[in-house]
Design a protein around this ligand. Structure first.
Ligand code: DGY
Length: 317
């Protein structure tokens, strides 16, 4: 049986399956292993089932034992892994696309709604139990008939578009390439950020974190958005320059922001926490039981394929 290091806790359903197929070294206590621990614990392993919290950078990858041949990441994003270094060492890297599309798109909509309808202030006011209904109590922005810009029109972006159409929004998007019309469903393509942002009364960030998308929302580009825009980020924290965003939220340029992901999470820029026009969640994009089981299954499928000498379906390097 091939030996696999599992760097975080798996749901029971996935745990049962991996134990049937592999000699799995589980992390039942869900400890956050340091890179040194990952290196030591995977010493005699054939593969690693890693998570978004496991930082496998160049230094760590280079110190992994020669026996490690595959890293199956339990996430669609793989910014936690230096895939070029893995490739150099002949280590295959896989991710878990598709299974988390719906749950993450749901969270994007929740962020847009939570921000635009002032859910954070609403919760605080309701808790105080001294609010009085009035015609102007916590007035928010309505999504219907508004233009939604989607940054990154992959599977998740398209699922956000599908949901947003149900709210009566008009969809605009930017992507590396224009989609075919059967995938666009009438959404309007913008070949550059400036043109997309100019139309985006609401903006949903659904692109992967790559060197090209780091700080894509910055002092300069935020200015392209219409005054009073609502922004939601369910992708990765580093797409937003936090200082520029905080400034724009304070000035009213940005009406409200919804965040599920953060630069350096779980830490969050302290200045954000002083703002009322922020609706925030702790990286819950894929956090439903059905999705998490799906992610575990997908990572295990990739390991299984690899050790059956097949190319894993989700190989990314
Ligand atoms: C992903 O799959 O990239 C998610 O953000 C992890 O929860």
């Amino acid at each position: 049986m091939k030996k696999i290091l599992v760097t975080r806790n798996l749901l029971e359903e996935n745990e049962k399956r991996i134990l049937q197929l592999f000699d799995a070294n589980l992390n039942k206590e869900d400890k956050l292993y340091s890179p040194e621990e990952v290196i030591a614990l995977s010493e005699n392993c054939d593969g690693i089932l890693s998570f978004t919290t496991s930082v496998l950078n160049r230094e760590t990858i280079n110190k992994l034992s020669d026996s490690v041949k595959i890293i199956a990441n339990y996430a669609v994003g793989f910014g936690n892994i230096d895939i070029a270094s893995a490739k150099k060492r002949g280590i295959v890297v896989t991710n878990t696309p598709e299974v988390l599309t719906d749950s993450t798109a749901d969270i994007s909509i929740l962020l847009l709604l939570g921000a635009s309808r002032r859910a954070y202030e609403g919760r605080k006011a309701a808790e105080l139990q001294n609010w009085v209904w009035s015609s102007n109590l916590l007035l928010g922005k309505q999504m219907s008939n508004q233009k939604l810009g989607i940054l990154g029109m992959g599977r998740i972006g398209r699922a956000v578009a599908q949901r947003a159409r149900g709210f009566g929004m008009k969809i605009h998007y930017h992507n590396r390439s224009k989609l075919t019309s059967d995938l666009e469903h009438g959404a309007i393509y913008h070949p550059d950020i400036k043109s997309l942002f100019r139309q985006s009364e609401f903006l949903s960030i659904n692109c992967p974190a790559t060197p090209d998308t780091i700080n894509l929302l910055n002092e300069e580009t935020i200015k392209y958005l219409p005054d009073g825009a609502v922004v939601a980020n369910a992708a990765r924290g580093d797409v937003i320059d936090d200082n520029a965003m905080i400034k724009a939220m304070k000035s009213g340029k940005i009406f409200a922001l919804g965040l599920d992901v953060y630069n350096g999470e779980p830490k969050i820029n302290e200045e954000y926490l002083k703002l009322n026009n922020l609706f925030l969640l702790p990286h819950l994009g894929s956090a439903t039981k059905v999705t998490r089981i799906g992610m575990g299954d997908r990572a295990i499928d990739n390991l299984q394929d690899f050790f059956l000498n097949k190319r894993p379906k989700d190989q990314v390097n």
